[in-house]
Ligand binder design. Structure first.
Ligand code: CO
Length: 216
């Protein structure tokens, strides 16, 4: 096997080292985790390898339910996202949902351009929609880097709105379940997370067009 073919082996070696360390620090670590999970947070982040949810938030296994896709999108026909959201809200009863984007996001960069990439264009189009909703603001920013940064932020804000639009989230609010939705951006350059202060806590925070009535 070539060196590259064998590169995965170190992952298995690392795993054994990690298990040893966890057992040293806390002999009940795996016993406790095997009993079940009750995470307080649902993380919706980008698949980008530079933005590992647990590591950058100092959370341990069991503390965060995680969904990642290209450009941290909440697409209302995405069964994967909806299943994760439904399980997190209705079964695990997480208290906070965090949509975390990041600057220099490849998905957002691609969506800002006009190049074709094949199948992924269908995914990128959801991000392009965000550009259209905020066209006046974004197009007025002449510096391309600043425009990209703002596009990343607006994309996160839009996904926070998209979560609020779901019946899953609105029913939780109707049932007086504590469920806050937050929009954050991770800065690849310094590792810091910026809170965009777009927290949604109840149906009132959402445009009335999207308000749903109780199920009959
Ligand atoms: Co990204």
């Amino acid at each position: 096997m070539s060196k590259m073919e064998k590169s995965y082996i170190k992952l298995l070696t690392n795993n054994k080292t990690w298990v040893q360390k966890q057992n040293q620090d806390n002999p009940n670590f795996f016993k406790n985790l095997a009993e079940g999970q009750s995470p307080e947070y649902l993380w919706i982040g980008c698949s980008d390898s530079r933005v590992p949810a647990n590591e950058i938030t100092g959370t341990l296994p069991g503390e965060m339910f995680v969904h990642r896709n290209i450009a941290n999108m909440v697409v209302h026909s995405d069964m994967n996202l909806l299943s994760v959201l439904s399980y997190a809200v209705e079964v695990l009863k997480v208290k906070h949902i965090i949509v975390c984007g990041h600057y220099n996001c490849g998905g957002v960069i691609a969506a800002m351009g006009k190049k074709q990439y094949g199948l992924i264009d269908n995914w990128l189009r959801h991000i392009k929609d965000v550009y259209r909703y905020h066209y006046a603001e974004l197009d007025a920013i002449k510096d391309e880097n600043l425009r990209l940064k703002r596009f990343v932020e607006l994309n996160v804000i839009e996904q926070v709105h998209d979560l609020g639009k779901t019946s899953i989230v609105q029913n939780a609010w109707k049932n007086k379940q504590t469920l806050h939705i937050h929009g954050w951006v991770y800065d690849i350059h310094d590792g810091l997370i910026k809170d965009l202060d777009v927290s949604f806590k109840c149906t009132k925070d959402l445009h009335s067009v999207y308000h749903l009535e109780d199920e009959k």
